[in-house]
Design a protein. Structure first.
Length: 715
């Protein structure tokens, strides 16, 4: 007696409803079928799907199926055409897997009707009807027969799958997941995507809105970076107007996190393009009027679904890169470490499109991404180069605008005040006249315009001061805490010094001088020197934050240089660093505060001293030279301060980055020391410059400050 394997209808529950637990996953399988059919357009209609009993229809303009393909392909469960032919007619990489997802989609309702019009049989439509109630009541699945009917039609090629009498409602969560899956199948960038998905979903307004035109026009910046066939990188950063603000080639973009160029090291990855749209989700913080019409709530919902950078291989998105929770390029971590002008998965969306004709990216066996070979690692490096470059360009632009902004705003406000006061005086009444003479209409209009100008100048000044306040608030907290701890550290430091002196005195009474010298002298003296150093370090921050030093007035730079060096003396002596002075300003002062000048000198001195601790510091005498001269700049009198050292010079960071906040060659450095110098100099109307290798071979810094006010009187 012969027999065969037979399957109870319950197996369809296992393969369908349990294999694909969420309704949106089933719908997605039907959309994937449309993609595999080389469709250009796919439409999803949800009819009262927010409650059981509704319907869904997925229509496409793909190649369709013949009756033979419908019977022996579509109805053959567990076999996927992808196995024998991984690409479609037009070269798309197929995404169907063994046909199991298709069953899950068809089982969403109790009835299914498939109408398909094959490209190879124009004017013919084949229809297949499935009543799952009949299947479920049968003893075995194979006992049920399905019939395919054919008729003539005027419709173009394509397929319609209609699932009726839905077993369960599509919830809001299902709609959110469905929106993300549909958006990311071939990319949320409709302007150039060859596969378009639209949605007619009454009751799911958010889903319909998200699947509409992507709100890319609201981006603040757009980054486009290319990796060519030779492994070289180029990048362009566009503003919201579409203007290219910054452009650079491999030698500028291929730079590591410390600013070191990798121009001689091409990447070993297939050609690729990175495109990233970055959004300002706080439009009130921008002066651009275009943000007034921005639907920020919709933009946030859209970014919640598609945010991050997604990877597309042969035009199709590769999971899990860019999935929610899969920040494969470390966008969020980079933003946490250095938040200045960096995108995150919450405020940016992008894609990397790879042209991998040689198959250098190798899929994992479970198809969840690519194997981490050299090609894939260098593809990630390419993206990180471009992202770091863009962040640095934005940061430099912001800092150039911010540096000195407070002084410019203050000067603008003063000019506006003077103009306004002059106009007020011009319309004041004549004391000899009994009536008020307020001038003519033209004068009143000038006064009104001047008042508006003054208000705007005040707003600009407040804005500039607020930006500075934001940067320095955290530093003030650190400074205050340091001063408190320094104050508390003074007492134990002094006590240690006293106790060590007592120990030395008593030891000499109990033991001979020879024994003391051989056994205790060196340890006691070392401890005593360390305690003195601790006392000096405790006094240093307390000296720098004294209130009197924050009062503006004439400050002699030469005296400040000597005073700061004296504060650092013990620190420098312990490290065998000699300070040479060449001070020659004839006592000419700069109008500022002692605190400002000490900030400049102490940061430059600390920066030079740290250079000697580096592993690549040359084996030569450690010298820091501080030089001052009276020098004119742009026909303005001033003082130039030069700080040079014999260290290794400026390395591991470019000259363009050293003045930016957060940029440091120290592993635990804040990267704010030179930013403080730059800001103080800018606020005083001066200039700063740096050399990789100055006159002594190490780093060289030049600071120039004016010695006269804008009115021309001596400060």
């Amino acid at each position: 007696m012969e027999s065969q394997l037979r399957f109870a209808p319950d197996i369809l529950v296992r393969l369908g409803e349990e294999l694909v637990p969420h309704a949106d996953l089933g719908v997605m399988e039907l959309v994937r079928n449309a993609y595999d059919a080389d469709a250009l357009n796919c439409t999803l209609r949800l009819i009262e799907a927010d409650a059981p009993g509704g319907a869904l229809v997925v229509s496409d303009d793909g190649d369709g199926m013949t009756a033979e393909q419908l019977a022996h392909g579509f109805l053959l469960i567990g076999k996927s055409a992808k196995t024998s032919d991984p690409t479609t007619r037009t070269g798309r990489r197929k995404v169907g897997e063994k046909g199991l997802g298709r069953i899950a989609a068809l089982r969403l309702g109790t009835e299914v009707e498939i109408r398909t019009r094959p490209r190879t049989q124009p004017g013919i439509e084949h229809t297949l009807f499935i009543d799952w109630k009949v299947v479920d009541s049968a003893e075995a699945v194979e006992d049920v027969r399905f019939f395919i009917s054919s008729r003539s039609t005027d419709l173009d090629h394509g397929t319609d799958v209609e699932v009726r009498d839905l077993r369960h409602a599509l919830t809001d969560a299902d709609a959110d997941r469905l929106a993300r899956a549909l958006l990311l199948l071939s990319g949320p960038f409709k302007q150039d995507t060859k596969f378009q998905v639209s949605c007619d979903a009454p009751g799911f307004d958010d889903l319909s809105a998200l699947l509409g035109d992507p709100p890319l026009q609201w981006c603040e910046y757009r980054l486009v970076a290319n990796l060519d066939a030779h492994g070289y990188v180029s990048a362009t950063l566009y503003n919201w107007r579409g203007e290219a603000e910054f452009q650079a080639g491999h030698e500028k973009v291929a730079v590591d996190r410390r600013g070191r160029s990798q121009e001689l090291m091409p990447l070993d990855a297939p050609p690729a393009q990175l495109e990233l749209w970055m959004f300002n989700l706080n439009p009130k913080a921008s002066k651009e009027p275009r943000f007034a019409d921005q639907d920020t709530a919709l933009l946030r919902r859209w970014l919640k679904q598609v945010g991050g950078i997604h990877l597309y291989h042969h035009g199709l998105r590769v999971q899990p890169y860019g999935d929610q929770g899969n920040d494969w390029l470390g966008l969020n971590l980079s933003r946490i470490r250095s938040p200045e002008e960096r995108p995150s998965t919450n405020n940016a969306v992008g894609r990397i499109q790879v042209d991998d004709s040689l198959g250098r990216l190798v899929p994992k066996t479970d198809r969840s991404g690519f194997i981490d070979n050299q090609a894939f690692a260098d593809l990630q490096t390419f993206a990180k180069y471009a992202l770091d470059w863009a962040a640095n360009q934005r940061l430099q632009k912001r800092e150039q605008k911010r540096a000195g902004a407070a002084k410019r705003a203050r000067d603008k406000r003063r000019e506006a005040e003077e103009k306004f006061n002059e106009l007020v005086k011009a319309i004041q009444p004549d004391p000899d006249m009994p009536t008020l003479d307020i001038g003519d209409a033209a004068m009143l209009e000038q006064l009104s315009d001047s008042a508006i100008e003054l208000v705007e100048a005040l707003q600009d000044e407040n804005r500039a001061q607020h930006e500075d306040l934001t940067l320095y608030r955290n530093m003030a907290t650190v400074g205050t805490s340091t001063a408190v701890f320094a104050h508390e550290a003074l007492r134990p430091a002094k006590r240690i010094i006293t106790e060590l002196q007592t120990i030395a005195r008593r030891a000499r009474k109990w033991i001979s001088d020879e024994v003391y010298k051989d056994q205790l002298s060196e340890s006691v003296d070392t401890a005593h020197e360390s305690a003195l150093t601790l006392e000096t370090f405790a006094q240093l921050p307390l000296s720098l934050v004294r209130k009197k030093k924050r009062e503006p007035g004439p400050v002699e730079i030469d005296r400040t240089c000597e005073g700061v060096a004296h504060l650092f003396a013990r620190y420098l002596e312990e490290r065998e660093i000699a300070v040479e002075f060449d001070l020659d300003t004839d006592g000419t002062p700069v109008h500022t505060t002692v605190a400002d000048m000490e900030s400049i000198v102490s940061n430059l001195l600390a920066n030079a001293a740290h250079a000697f601790t580096r592993r690549d510091a040359p084996d030569r005498d450690r010298v820091i030279r501080i030089r001052t001269r009276l020098e004119d700049h742009n026909e303005k009198p001033g003082i130039a301060l030069y700080v040079d050292d014999t260290g290794p010079g400026i390395k591991d960071i470019s000259l363009g980055l050293i003045w930016l906040p957060g940029k440091s060659t120290r592993d635990n450095g804040t990267g704010l020391g030179l930013t403080i110098v730059r800001d103080v100099v800018a606020d005083l109307g001066g200039t700063q410059a740096a050399e990789e290798n100055g006159e002594l071979g190490g780093a060289g810094f030049r600071i120039w400050l004016p010695t006269k006010t804008e009115e021309g009187s001596s400060s």
